[in-house]
Structures are given as structure tokens and as C-alpha cells.
Design a protein around this ligand. Structure first.
Ligand code: GLC
Length: 536
């Protein structure tokens, strides 16, 4: 393809949770050398970039999202040299590498925090958010941690509270302090100079907090059973004024190194997400679009509204993106079942914009049922029902012991799913109609058709309430995507459109041409159709 588009626009991102991808040294935890050894697989699959969840030194209170040194590699994962090797080999495989950047908080064991907590007059005191107790001695305000309980922790030696939006071992940095910004920008430079192709920026929506630390309002819609921290609306924490200047600085910094990408973790409604592209498209390249992981109901009407609403809200020139799952959210094959997950894979890989695929979802991996005793996630300590361990189980490579993730006889850090003998890379590679081969076919078709990468998007009105139909078009290439989200057969009518040619069915058992005036779809079937030049 020759066109003025960037790799992060036409490409597909594959998220790797390093602890769970491949354990090359038999300690039960995945590592960088393991990832490097599987680059052939990643390339074979047909994605374009890998995003690695954090690989930095960390006491692992939040599995690496609690960092003690931003410019090194945790020995569990390997060394800086291993990372250089991974980068070099990935680039040889024509794969980009995106690292996780965690600017909102450090570990409480980070030397900066150690200094900061040592005295009220320490030069790094103001690098974190310290406040006096309220008049009754309690926390300074009502803010709640996203991992449960107050967001404030009293620190005896200096008699003040520090803020932690997540675990108590993850104190929040003070991004209003220019020295903190400079230091964190240096971290970005360190990795960009080493050759990384971009960052996924963690917890971006909470980077700045209200300068007056005002109490958050109660959430009138909260009901028992909802996550405890949603009892309050995070009005004075999320998406605060001042963010855009920081985003612009990050963008300029990244682009000093050429075609690099910034992806923002922003759990925001669409209208509040769009400003993160920047008025001049000079901020975040891809503010994560989490609608599919957040939809209140999974039905055609809401799905279509989400897509159409997002498309309509995008500023001119802003590039869309789609996410079905990640290391924090239930796997799609659990949420919608394996049958329908095939359909959602077609949805993800044929919509307009950059898709992010979470490791294992190409196999149809599901959430792991885990007894409380073996849960490791800090969130599970207080709220086992919100544990994220089930979505972080070891990658299923083959039918051997430990699914080929760890050598036989080693106990992986989380158990391997029971169904790994059926759902694994080796077995699915042998079955031409497996989930894996469907994903691979979709990726290959996407890559070879400009209509699917660069083409416009338009949804097509349907009488059937369970079918989502849309068109992707680029010049004289036109594809139709027909998705039947019900278990029953359906007929899609595309009057006056003549004949089309089946490129792919999610069942992978049909081809040839068909009459578009009445297209029969089986239950949970998706069809990708080459519809040729528009008739009008
Ligand atoms: C993000 C990460 C999540 C982590 C949290 C705190 O939401 O995706 O895994 O626990 O930030 O860093």
C-alpha cells in the first residue's frame, strides 16, 4: 500500500501481558526472552505492533504498575539488554514495540517517594500529593481509591496523608510540579532513544487533580453491588483542566523521534474523550476507545449506536480505534460466549480505525475461574469479585504440560485454563476453521484491502433487529460487513445492490457470489462481502 498513512493507523496492535506470555527460564513467570522467542508467531498471526504491559523494576504490588525505577527492567523479566534484543528482533520482524508508561503514580518503594516521605522539607516532598488531616484527624477529603477504601493514607512520621488513586503502595505523583514533569519526560526520552515506537499511557484521565482538593459529589445512580469507588463521582479527579498542555508536550517530545505513537488509557465518555486528540490534532494519537468494554448491554442497537456515535463525534482528521478486551476487563469470549466471539472478532477487525487485540483472544481464551486463595490481584484482596486474575492466565501455546507456557514441573504464577488442550496455538493451527485461523484470515484480509484500513465507514439500516450491517469503501473498493448477533438464522436485505462475492464467513465454510437483495445468515454468523464498485 502506498499512501500517506502512518503505521499506527493501518496497523493492528497486540497487547502482551509479559508475566503471562512465555516463561523461558522456568520460574513460573513470563519474560522478555519468552516474548522474543515468539515473535515469529506474532508476525505469522499478522499484527503490526506489540504493546507490553510494564516490565520495569517493581515490588509487584500491582504487577508492575507500581514502579521503583522507570529506566530499567525487572530481573523477573530479564535485563535492559534483553529489551534491546527484543526491540531489535521485533524491528527485524517488521513489528513495532509500544511500552507501558505509568506517569500517574510510582511505587511507595521508589527512591523519590522514600525521599518525599522522609520529611516535610525534603526537596521531593512536593513530588507527591501530601495533605494535612481534616480537623477531626481523618483523611483530607472524601476521595476514594479505585482499589477500595479512602484514597488517602496517613504517614505517621510526618503526620500527613498522601494520595493514592490505586493501591496504597502506589502514591500519586504531583504533575503540577514542573520538576516531576521534566523527570517523566526524561523517562520517555530514555526509551524513545532506545528505539521504542511509542507508549500506552496508563491512568491518563486522573493525572491532574483539583488544585483545591474539593470533595467529590455523591453518585445518585450508585446501588449496592456496584464497585464501591463509584459511590462518588470522580468529578475533581478525572479529566481536570490543564491536561491538554501536558498532552501537547508529550506529543511534541514523542514526534521529535519520528513516527511514534501515544495511546492514552482514558475511561471517558465519547464527548470527553475527543478533546484528547487535541484541537490541532496535536495531543494523543489514539485516545483508547473503550466503548465495547463498557457497553451497558451487548445488543445490536447499542453496538451500532456506539459505533455511529463515535464516528460522528470524531474531529476531522482524528483516527479512530477499537478495543474488545485488556488485562483489566473480562475476556470477550466469556462476556458473549465463544460462538459470538467469532463475530466480534470480525467486528473489531473490520471497523474503521486501529484495533487492539489482547493476547489469547485470538484463540478464544476465556476468563479463568479461580478460588479466592490463589488470587493475586491487589484488587481481589478487598473485592474478589473484581479480581483481574481471571483475564491474565498463561498463554496457551500447545497441549503439553502448562500449555507450553512454563516447562513441565514448574508451577506458573497463575493456573493454566482447564480447556487448554482444545484451545491452544498448536491445535488451532491444525484446524483450518479454528478461532485462531479465523483471526489470522481477518488480519490478512484487512492488510490486503485498502477499503478495510483506509476506507470510509457507513452503517446500513436493517429491518432485522439483530443484524449489524456496514459498508467500508475506498475509491472503487467496497466491502460490506454483515453481522448476525442472534443465535437464529436471519435475512439481510440490501436492495438494488446486485451481486456480491463472499470474502469470508466467520464459519469459514462458504465463498462464491451471492445476491445481495436477500442474504441468509446463520445464527452468530458474520459475512465479509466484496461488493465491488457502487452501482449508482
Ligand atoms: C491502569 C492499568 C491497571 C492498573 C492501574 C493502576 O488502569 O491498566 O492494570 O492497575 O492503571 O496503574
Amino acid at each position: 500500500m502506498t499512501h500517506p498513512h502512518f503505521w499506527w493507523q493501518t496497523g493492528v496492535i497486540y497487547q502482551i501481558y509479559p508475566r503471562s506470555f512465555l516463561d523461558s527460564n522456568g520460574d513460573g513467570v513470563g519474560d522478555l526472552a519468552g516474548i522474543t522467542s515468539k515473535l515469529d508467531y506474532v508476525r505469522w498471526l499478522g499484527v503490526d505492533a506489540i504493546w507490553l504491559s510494564p516490565i520495569y523494576p517493581s515490588p509487584m504490588a500491582d504487577f508492575g504498575y507500581d514502579i521503583t525505577n522507570y529506566t530499567d527492567v525487572h530481573p523477573l523479566f530479564g535485563t535492559l539488554e534483553d529489551l534491546d534484543t527484543l526491540l531489535q528482533q521485533a524491528h527485524q520482524h517488521d513489528l513495532k514495540v509500544i511500552l507501558d508508561f505509568v506517569p500517574n503514580h510510582t511505587s511507595d518503594e521508589h527512591p523519590w517517594f522514600q525521599q518525599s516521605r522522609s520529611s516535610r522539607t525534603n526537596e521531593k516532598r512536593d513530588w507527591y500529593l501530601w495533605r494535612d488531616p481534616a480537623s477531626d484527624g481523618g483523611p483530607p477529603n472524601n476521595w476514594m481509591s479505585r482499589f477500595g477504601g479512602s484514597a488517602w493514607q496517613f504517614d505517621e512520621p510526618t503526620g500527613q496523608y498522601y494520595l493514592h488513586m490505586y493501591d496504597v503502595k502506589q502514591p500519586d505523583l504531583n504533575w503540577r510540579n514542573p520538576r516531576v514533569r521534566q523527570e517523566m519526560y526524561n523517562v520517555m526520552r530514555f526509551w524513545l532513544e532506545r528505539g521504542v515506537d511509542g507508549f500506552r499511557i496508563d491512568a491518563l484521565e486522573v493525572l491532574l487533580k483539583d488544585e483545591q482538593f474539593r470533595d467529590n459529589p455523591m453518585n445518585p445512580e450508585w446501588k449496592p453491588g456496584d464497585p464501591p469507588n463509584t459511590r462518588l463521582i470522580e468529578h475533581y479527579i478525572v479529566d481536570q483542566p490543564g491536561m491538554h498542555g501536558i498532552m501537547q508536550q508529550m506529543r511534541t517530545l514523542a514526534e521529535n523521534y519520528g513516527q511514534r505513537v501515544l495511546i492514552g488509557e482514558l475511561y471517558l465518555p465519547v464527548e470527553r474523550l475527543m478533546p484528547y486528540y487535541g484541537e490541532q490534532l496535536d495531543e494523543i494519537h489514539l485516545p483508547f476507545n473503550f466503548q465495547f468494554v463498557n457497553l451497558p448491554t451487548w445488543e445490536v442497537r447499542t453496538i451500532r449506536q456506539a459505533v455511529d456515535g463515535y464516528e460522528a463525534a470524531l474531529p476531522k482528521g482524528a483516527w479512530p480505534n477499537w478495543v474488545l478486551g485488556n488485562h483489566d476487563r473480562s475476556r470477550i469470549a466469556t462476556r458473549v460466549g465463544r460462538e459470538q466471539a467469532r463475530l466480534t472478532q470480525m467486528l473489531l477487525l473490520t471497523l474503521r480505525g486501529t484495533p487492539t487485540c489482547y493476547y489469547g483472544e485470538e484463540l478464544g481464551m476465556q476468563d479463568l475461574a479461580l478460588p479466592r486463595e490463589v488470587m493475586q490481584d491487589p484488587l481481589a484482596k478487598k473485592h474478589p469479585e473484581y479480581s483481574r486474575d481471571p483475564v491474565r492466565s498463561p498463554m496457551q501455546w500447545d497441549g503439553s504440560a502448562n500449555a507450553g507456557f512454563s516447562p513441565a514441573g514448574v508451577k506458573p504464577w497463575l493456573p493454566v485454563a482447564n480447556d487448554y488442550q482444545t484451545f491452544n496455538v498448536a491445535a488451532e493451527q491444525q484446524d483450518p476453521r479454528s478461532f485462531l485461523m479465523l483471526t489470522r484470515a481477518l488480519l490478512a484480509i484487512r492488510r490486503s484491502h485498502d477499503a478495510l484500513t483506509l476506507g470510509s465507514y457507513q452503517s446500513v439500516e436493517q429491518e432485522s433487529a439483530t443484524c449489524f450491517v456496514y459498508q467500508r469503501q475506498h475509491h472503487d473498493q467496497r466491502h460490506l460487513v454483515l453481522l448476525n448477533f442472534s443465535a437464529q438464522d436471519q435475512v439481510v436485505t440490501l436492495a438494488g445492490q446486485g451481486q456480491g462475492h463472499i470474502v469470508l464467513s466467520t464459519y469459514m465454510d462458504r465463498g462464491g457470489s451471492l445476491d445481495l437483495s436477500a442474504v441468509h445468515l446463520r445464527g452468530n454468523e458474520g459475512l465479509l462481502i466484496d461488493a465491488g464498485v457502487p452501482s449508482s
